[in-house]
Design a protein around this ligand. Structure first.
Ligand code: BTN
Length: 261
């Protein structure tokens, strides 16, 4: 069992070897503690550090989620990391869906995606994604933060019901999960930069957790989810017609569910 008393062994070298041929200058850094891996890479980017990196933290003291929420990941229970790289996609639209798709496909057949940033399994949250961009002059840099529940969180007062990878992968540890997901995720980021979301639409739809469900948006709109379009925008229809949501500032929850944004 991984606790703070038993240091975790991270597969930094293996990941580095499989990624560096596609991404020259790539490095892997493992920190015992930081406020937030996203905050740290954004700080570095603002200070002019734009090299591609995978930054893992065993503990975050101020992990951040979407919509300004906190992300609580207990050491040994959560895998928390960010990937930073110089990035110039033709369009950013659908990037979080592409990231989620790569993670879901690396993790398990029954891992689903809840638009726009969540990984779900059996109607509970398995993890989340926080994407931020830093631009300085001509330089454009992306920070892709991922938090996954490897073991079920101890914290009870989560706003969304949680599940964990070790519910289907017995004995899973954060380093093992990282080794499985990191290189495919970086490959996905590089492909997305060239091709965008459209070629991924079919694969995303096969894992869409809210397709066909009646949902309510955080800005009060209600309707049935009809999946996403080629730009990754969410399609919802109701008696007034069909509308599209492409702002990550809007959250969605199935109607009649008490939680789930
Ligand atoms: C969400 O579910 O709202 C997104 C959660 C993203 C959490 C990850 S953990 C690693 C990285 N650092 C952070 O502070 N946040 C992301």
């Amino acid at each position: 069992m991984n606790t703070l008393a038993t240091p975790q062994r991270w597969p930094a070298e293996n990941i580095w070897q499989s990624v560096v041929p596609q991404l020259p200058g790539f490095s892997v850094e493992i920190l015992p503690e930081i406020d937030s891996t996203n905050t740290e890479l954004m700080r570095r980017a603002r200070g002019g550090q734009h090299d591609p990196i995978l930054l893992v933290a065993e503990r975050q003291s101020a992990g951040r989620g979407r919509l300004g929420r906190a992300w609580v990941g207990e050491p040994g229970h959560a895998l928390t990391f960010s990937i930073g790289l110089p990035y110039r996609p033709k369009s950013w639209s659908g990037l979080s869906l592409a990231v989620g798709l790569s993670l879901a496909e690396s993790l398990n057949d029954d891992v689903q995606l809840k638009w726009p940033n969540d990984l779900w399994r059996q109607q509970r949250k398995l993890g989340g994604i926080l994407i931020e961009a830093a631009s300085q002059g001509a330089q454009s840099y992306v920070v892709v933060g991922v938090g996954l529940n490897v073991r079920k969180p101890i914290t009870k007062d989560l706003r969304t019901p949680a599940t964990a990878i070790d519910e289907y992968w017995e004995g899973a540890s954060a380093p093992q999960v990282l080794e499985r997901i990191a290189a495919p995720l970086i490959g996905m980021l590089l492909d997305f930069e060239l091709q965008g979301f459209a070629p991924l639409l079919k694969r995303f739809s096969a894992r869409d957790a809210i397709m066909g469900q009646t949902v309510i948006t955080s800005d009060g709109q209600q309707g049935v989810c009809e999946g996403v379009d080629e730009s990754g925008a969410l399609l919802i229809s109701n008696s007034q017609g069909r509308f599209m949501i492409n702002s990550a500032e809007v959250s969605i929850r199935p109607l009649n569910a008490s939680t789930g944004a």
